[in-house]
Design a protein around this ligand. Sequence first.
Ligand code: PLP
Length: 386
Amino acid sequence: MKTSTSQLKKNEMSSNDLVESLIREELKSLKPYESARRLFSMSGSDDLDTIWLNANENPYSPEVSADPSLYNRYPDFQPEPLINAYASYAQVSTDQVLATRGADEGIELLIRTFCSAGQNILICPPTYGMYAISAETAGVNVLKVPLLEVDSGQTVTFKLDVSSVVEQANNAQIVFICSPNNPTGDIMDKDDLIAVLNATKEKSIVVADEAYIEFCSEATVVDLLSEYPNLVILRTLSKAFALAGLRCGFTLSSASIIDALKKVIAPYPIPAPVAQMATQALSNKGLAWMQTRVTELNNRRDAFIEEAQQWSFAQTVYPSKTNFVLIKLSKLSADFVMNTFIKKHILLRNQSKQLLLNDTIRVTIGSEAEMNAVIDVFTQLESTLD
Ligand SMILES: *Cc1c(COP(=O)(O)O)cnc(C)c1O
């Protein structure tokens, strides 16, 4: 028997009431993270020619594949070949590595493991949005210590407000520091991070989010793990390794922190095909492929920055050590620029909602053809201003 439309409507209404009465109070006002893919979905797009430069993905795809004979079995909790490969790549021991469903799951696990509802995390905006979202969905408060703008006359960079971070960290279980920072693009001073680590050593965990570290591998703070038991490093295969679709990331820390996270993580966090493909990406051949692409993208980024500095509406082109570039606009609003690009089927990311970032847009570095298309549109915009 088919359910009638009116019956379905009635069910929907009572289900709404039920949600309204049972949902956790702190979730009522929460808006889901506006991920690049929720704003513009791939499968929902009827235009296959769309140029996707809004999610800091890699324009290239590595050749990895999985063996279908594995599908009927549960995967290992932490697949050994994968953990061995990542530990060797990151130069840490295997008990210092946890594989997760992307670095995003690492963020969530840290909060669920070390913060009770009503406790605090500390973030330094403008920064990656998921720290706050993961905290809020767990009823954890978010303390904000904004980055400091440093204007050299040539350009503007951002640095940690170390004394405020140290002061406020007294009330925080976890301090999140993103370096290189998304969406600003530059790294945080290592001495500043060390100052925070020293001041919080016995009190809080300091998380260094290194999602983009392959684009400036010399800037990693992995060498500090042996000295600071409160340091946690987040890594991912989504950016330089070009495997965002796999959902695979890593948390690096002391064995005791990793063991604590293992109490909270799902029983089978890494699907067997994902583990297989990720392990291939971390082989010598896979690493060489990644490094070649990184060099290529870094060169293209530097060329794009040089070009962008000549546009009169590009008030600030922020320095970048990543595969994206943040631009602060003058003369043109970010909404207008975004819409101009959308009409040309090019998706960029508007960052104007972030603290200190009015009228800024973030451009992911794509293929040569994609960047030529981007430069064409910007050049046309410039010609309208003469
Ligand atoms: C993309 C990104 C992540 C999330 O990476 P996934 O592994 O895809 O979950 C984490 N942190 C920052 C700063 C990012 O830009």
